[in-house]
Design a binder for this molecule. Structure first.
Ligand code: ADP
Ligand code: MG
Length: 388
């Protein structure tokens, strides 16, 4: 499905449902995190890039003050009056777009005189694959409403709007990584984000120029303990920071790790060591890209995966197999990406060996009795934008 088709589908979907052509269509991408996992809520560094799979929202005017959201994802639209948006009353998929409307108001949007809108969603971002289909929806809707209602928020603020919607209305305690990627990304580049200051730097990736492609392996496995495991990792990090007397693990220098080992139980220590070394690996990756280009970051990706597998313990047999198999088939580096306990891995593979690596992964999954994985390449892509 090409981008144009996606925009056409969104426009046609809106017209079918409302009888009117859209006033505009906006889109936002999913993302892959190149490196920097579970560092965002520790005030640390992350380095995602937007992928060439997007969500689109077609927006139509209404004569009343209702917001009606529909999606090809769901059979029925959901309608809420602008004056009756209750953050506790939204459930399921509509919590994402309606959460954004609520969050815009929390950030000071004056909607007292706004007219209602019809919103229709279409997306090519695989759901639940760790590529953030949720932030793609939130970011497309946030940018659409910001422009349509003339709210004047900048993109970093819209990222915070998306996060608030996801935290408060959907109820997922996620960081700012996904929305920042969806809103701040540029083509052929990654977004190096300091999650404490929210300073973002767009860093050129130039994978193709270096003869490399990013192969995604979607394990299609979401483990039952994903939510509980995420919460448990967050509290381990908080406990570690508290015991070590730092406001966040971002403030813990790597040279303090020997002291941390003495003070903390083994499990908490390993959680802390992952975060501290992962922050350093993000900085090293940015420097390596500036100095040597993408061919020089493979070992950092590998080290990141090992740290998530052994210290943070958020990998799975499927993710480990994806990483090992792509490496054996010529990838210069590979790691699981996203929160863990399932989802996707990424591998940096020489262009000429992509087919071979993807085939090797499918064969290895079959031999191990795992579900057939999704294998596809992604290209670092532009962030949210108006399409028409
Ligand atoms: P991901 O890793 O893909 O972000 P999440 O569980 O965070 O996984 O978000 C997936 C959820 O986002 C879906 O269950 C659905 O509620 C919502 N969503 C994603 N794409 C769409 C869409 N096209 N239309 C409506 N809701 C969507
Ligand atoms: Mg998500």
């Amino acid at each position: 499905m090409t981008g144009t088709d996606l925009v056409e589908r969104a426009a046609a979907g809106l017209k079918d449902r409302s009888g009117r052509p859209p006033a505009g269509v906006w889109s936002a991408p999913g993302r892959a995190n190149l490196i920097g996992e579970h560092t965002d809520y520790n005030d640390g560094f992350v380095f995602p890039f937007a992928i060439d799979r997007r969500a689109a929202v077609a927006l139509g005017d209404r004569d009343d003050r209702a917001v009606r959201v529909s999606s090809s994802f769901a059979p029925d639209p959901v309608v809420v009056h602008l004056d009756e948006l209750d953050p506790d009353a939204q459930h399921g998929w509509s919590a994402y777009p309606l959460g954004v409307v609520w969050a815009l108001r929390e950030f000071g949007a004056d909607l007292a005189h706004a007219r209602g809108v019809d919103l229709h969603l279409e997306s090519d971002v695989p759901v639940g694959a760790g590529l953030s289909s949720s932030a793609a929806i939130e970011s497309a809707v946030a940018l659409a409403l910001n422009e349509h209602w003339g709210l004047g928020f900048d993109r970093p603020t819209l990222a915070q709007v998306g996060r608030l919607a996801e935290n408060r209305v959907v109820g997922a305690p996620t960081g700012i990584l996904d929305q920042s990627a969806a809103l701040l990304a540029e083509a052929d580049a990654g977004v190096f984000l300091d999650c404490r200051s929210l300073d973002a730097e767009v860093v050129p990736l130039h994978f193709a120029e270096a003869g490399l492609a990013v192969l995604v392996v979607d394990t299609r496995v979401e483990h039952a303990h994903a939510t509980g495991g995420y919460a448990a990792r967050r509290s381990s990090c908080e406990a570690g920071a508290r015991a070590l007397g730092v406001p966040s693990l971002r403030e813990l220098p790597e040279r303090e790790l020997p002291r941390a080992r003495e003070l903390l139980d083994d499990e908490t220590f390993r959680r802390v060591r992952h975060v501290v070394t992962e922050n350093r690996r993000v900085l090293d990756t940015v420097r390596a890209l500036h100095e040597g280009g993408p061919a020089t970051i493979g070992a950092l990706l590998d080290a990141s995966h090992a740290s998530m597998r052994d210290d943070f313990e958020i990998s799975t047999p499927e993710l480990d197999l994806a990483v090992e198999t792509t490496r054996a088939a010529g990838a210069i580096g590979a790691r699981m990406t996203g929160g863990g306990f399932g989802g996707s891995a990424i591998a940096l593979v020489p262009l000429a060996r992509v087919e071979e690596a993807a085939g090797a992964v499918r064969a290895a999954f079959a031999a191990a009795g795992h579900r057939e994985p999704g294998t596809f390449t992604v290209v670092p892509s532009p962030g949210a934008r108006r399409e028409r």
